[in-house]
Design a protein around this ligand. Structure first.
Ligand code: AP5
Length: 216
């Protein structure tokens, strides 16, 4: 099964994608993570993307579609994938149609996480993750079970994203409203869009998504 998780910054796309990876063996394809890896590696793509990401703006369609296309060529995606953060523009939605057709794949669902924008700044500015395995946490909503130690790998090193500050979040939200939310109608005619209440607790959001994937 191949799905898109669509929603504004902080809606819970990464959180739910990680759950689906752990529970169903699907593969999370986060273009944000791919770009951050390129920035960390100081590759050509990373050098171009860094300033744009730090400002909360969107990296060019060409760059992002290029890295996604390469990732879709790897064998593990055949287990089923979760697109987290792509497509984000009308051009990307059309490019994705083309890529999937070329690679003999199809989308089963586009799951929209609907959230109240006021909650997002709080969610994003409180977010941190394990520097070793990437497990996500939050200052208030999801702390490690043992303080200062990752639940998954036991590492004691955590990190925060440079674009997770209140000012950049506002730019990211504006980008979402202007360029990403308008792509939903691209998928409505084919009847694969489902809406989930992203304001519910994380486990409930997960149960709702599971229900959709299980056809309930
Ligand atoms: P990206 O990495 O994709 O970030 P984003 O879309 O801004 O989304 P986030 O990762 O911030 O949020 P999320 O929805 O995953 O929320 P999370 O689960 O972490 O993109 C970063 C940048 O890369 C972009 O700005 C752009 O520059 C570039 N980029 C990436 N893709 C691109 C593309 N396709 N085209 C162009 N540029 C691109 O949850 C947030 C917090 O809330 C967590 O702490 C979590 O614990 C908590 N939380 C989650 N769910 C709940 C809940 N139900 N209740 C309470 N707390 C919750």
């Amino acid at each position: 099964m191949n799905i898109i998780l669509l929603g504004p910054p902080g809606a819970g796309k990464g959180t739910q994608a990680q759950r689906l990876e752990q529970e169903r063996g699907m593969v999370q394809l986060s273009t944000g993570d791919m770009l951050r890896a390129a920035v960390a590696a100081k590759s050509e793509v990373g050098l171009k993307a860094k300033a744009v990401m730090d400002a909360g703006e969107l990296v060019s369609d060409e760059i992002v579609t290029g890295i996604l296309s390469d990732r879709l060529d790897q064998d593990d995606v055949r287990r089923g994938f979760i697109l987290d953060g792509y497509p984000r523009t009308d051009v990307q939605a059309k490019s994705l149609d083309h890529l999937l057709e070329q690679k003999g794949m199809k989308l089963d669902y586009v799951i929209e996480l609907a959230v109240d924008e006021d909650a997002l700044v709080d969610r994003i500015t409180g977010r941190f993750s394990c520097a070793s395995c990437g497990e996500g946490y939050h200052d208030r909503y999801k702390q490690p079970k043992v303080e200062g130690r990752c639940d998954i790998c036991g590492s004691e090193a955590f990190k925060r994203r440079p674009d997770d500050n209140a000012e950049t979040v506002r730019t990211r939200l504006a980008e979402y409203r202007a360029k990403t939310a308008p792509i939903l109608p691209h998928y409505e005619p084919i009847g694969i869009v489902r809406k989930v209440d992203g304001m519910a607790p994380m486990a409930e959001v997960g149960t709702a998504i599971k229900g959709i994937l299980d056809g309930r």
